[in-house]
Design a protein around this ligand. Structure first.
Ligand code: AMP
Length: 581
């Protein structure tokens, strides 16, 4: 189905005026070197993310401005001004120095979304060490793989999370110290490696000379799952903050008086690029909520803190949709002026649902752990074509390539690639230089996604390069089928795979979970098939449908088609460390 374009508002209707007033002009004229001059660079060409994000503000009118308001799962509220955040992270930098941590060492953080996570991340960057935030829901194997591979010297964790990984700690030869953040003041056995965060922080000085790192010095590591093998460590350098800053300003449209809420956990790249460095380098106040998804609570957060800009993910939006259009109407959501989404395909109905249920459409944008910041996006001053990821960020040059890495014309499906060389581009896969190099061809970074670009320069996601289904010579993107499936009134979630078939090469198989009030039956199966066949084409409807109570998802909410496929074909499931419990 073709969805109507959501026309951009008249410029004068957009209040406050967007940071990006003229997209076409910006695309023609922008140069990263010019954007970079908005940051301080210590005045001498060096750059440290923590300085650009926090410390530079304490020499400005933002000194006492709130950097964040934190709400804990239990309702506790804590507030930090930029000045307080700067001082606290200075203290932590001093703590690390006393522990013998040096520039380039890896310091991994395994904490719930508590203020100490942010303080310790900034403190680590201040001494020039590399942060590795880990999602608190990881189990021992996932933590072990990452600490071993990165050779992390220090782990920052809590008593509760430490007890979950106790058995692997002996197997980590590089791990010298474990800093325990003990917010609840529990009795803890520190052991020989243990360090008491609260005690060390009380004694540490608030003064610290931040290390002036080079733009190419490594700063951040995030592990990302590939199609094969264990997750690999994607490494970003301090210069990445130029990308975080610029995209937060022009894609998220963050402005001085905004109250911004990013729902992503810093264990994933969105939670660092856009839950720390992007908004803070723009001097913007963030809301940080420790808890997970809860429809009522989320609406309450928007109402209570007068959130103006909201960055979330398609799965969350679809989950909100499941709770219906009436729920958001019970809350005062009028503060919201802008909403964005990332991480997986945002189906057109979700974009439109934003308009009807919360009063503004969701603006989809596309990027990856490797790209470090948003690459393709919808902007306040551009029409939205629901279902499209949008247009390139000024200064970013994406293209659709064929299998020989030649550019394809508009309308063709192919490999989504980006002209290599932007500030937040990853610098390596830790200890896997060959794998890193293999991602570049003829000056292009090959993203591993398939997409197409239309005549207007909008990009449309098709699927991961290895997910596209070939059925009777027709290439079918699973996203297209899934989008269609979830338009059926009974379908809550859908994951689609290609299943080998001796005649047509692959048939489309759909795994479907149903909304409350619906029960699986053959009749329903046929109804769904008919529905999709009618909506898409006779080539693209699922020949097979299997009902599941819920679909396997990564902890960041992506449906794991790979796992569905492995289970379907009786193959090994591979690395499931990112699987949601
Ligand atoms: P990650 O590195 O975990 O952030 O995942 C990046 C991948 O998520 C991309 O390569 C895409 O496959 C998918 N992705 C991210 N954003 C979008 C989007 N807006 N639309 C479709 N897929 C997306």
């Amino acid at each position: 189905m073709d969805y109507e374009v959501i026309k951009k508002p008249e410029s004068k209707e957009i209040k406050p005026a967007p940071n990006l007033g003229d997209y076409e002009k910006a695309r023609r004229e922008v140069k990263w070197v010019d954007v970079a001059t908005d940051l301080d660079w210590f005045g001498d060409g060096k750059i440290n993310i923590a300085y650009e994000a926090v410390d530079r503000h304490i020499h400005s009118h933002r000194k006492n401005k709130l950097a964040f308001v934190w709400e804990g799962k239990d309702g506790t509220i804590e507030k930090y001004s930029f000045y307080e955040l700067s001082r606290a992270s200075n203290k932590f930098a001093n703590v690390l120095l006393t522990l013998g941590v040096e520039k380039g060492d890896r310091v991994f953080i395994f904490l719930e979304r508590v203020p100490e996570l942010f303080i310790s991340a900034l403190g680590t960057l201040k001494i020039g060490a590399i942060i590795g935030p880990l999602f608190s829901a990881f189990g021992p194997d996932a933590v072990k793989d990452r600490l071993l591979d990165s050779g992390s010297k220090v782990l920052i964790t809590s008593p509760q999370l430490k007890s979950k990984i106790e058995d692997i700690l002996e197997d980590l030869p590089d791990l010298e110290r474990i800093v325990i953040v003990n917010r609840d003041g529990e009795e803890v056995e520190l052991g020989d490696k243990g360090v008491n965060y609260e005690e060390e922080m009380t004694e540490a000085s608030e003064d610290f000379d931040i290390v002036k790192t080079d733009k190419d010095d490594y700063a951040i590591m995030h592990y990302t799952s590939g199609t094969t093998g264990k997750p690999k460590g994607v490494v970003h350098a301090h210069e990445a903050v130029v990308g975080h800053y610029a995209t937060s300003k022009y894609v998220l449209d963050l402005q001085e008086n905004d109250i911004y809420w990013c729902t992503a956990d810093p264990g994933w790249v969105t939670g660092t690029s856009y839950g720390m460095f992007g908004p803070w380098s723009n001097g913007v106040t963030q809301i940080i909520y420790e808890g997970g998804f809860n429809a009522k609570k989320w609406y309450h957060i928007i109402e209570n803190y007068r959130v103006t800009v909201w960055y979330t993910a398609p799965t969350a939006i679809r989950m909100l949709m499941k709770f219906g259009d009436e729920l958001p109407k019970k809350f005062d959501m009028r503060s919201l002026r802008y909403a964005c989404s990332v991480g997986e395909p945002l189906n057109p109905e979700a974009v439109i649902w934003g308009e009807t249920a919360i009063g503004i459409p969701f603006h989809d944008n596309w990027w990856q752990t490797e790209t470090g910041c948003q690459m393709i996006a919808n902007y306040p001053v551009q029409d939205i074509k629901p279902g499209s990821m949008g247009r390139p960020f000024p200064g970013i040059y994406p293209a659709i390539l064929d299998d020989s890495y030649k550019e394809l014309p508009p309308g063709s499906e192919g490999h989504l690639a980006l002209k290599a060389g932007w500030p937040s581009m990853f610098r390596t896969y830790w200890n896997k230089e060959d794998m890193y190099n293999s991602r570049f061809q003829d000056g292009w970074y090959i993203t591993g996604d398939k997409a197409k670009m239309d005549e207007d320069g909008y990009f449309w996601f098709v699927g991961r390069a290895d997910d596209v289904i070939n059925t009777a010579g027709h290439l079918v993107g699973p996203f297209e089928v899934e989008s269609s499936l979830i338009e059926h009134p009974a379908v809550a979630e859908a994951g689609v795979i290609g299943k080998p078939d001796p005649i047509v090469m692959e048939v489309i198989k759909a795994f479907v979970s149903l909304k409350e009030g619906y029960t699986p039956s053959d009749e329903l199966k046929h109804d769904i098939q008919k529905f999709v066949k009618k909506k898409l084409s006779s080539a693209a409807y699922p020949r097979e449908i299997e009902f599941l109570d819920s679909l396997p998802k990564t902890r960041s909410g992506k449906i794991m088609r790979r796992l569905l496929k492995a289970r379907e074909l009786g193959l090994p499931e591979g690395d499931t460390s990112t699987l949601e419990e």
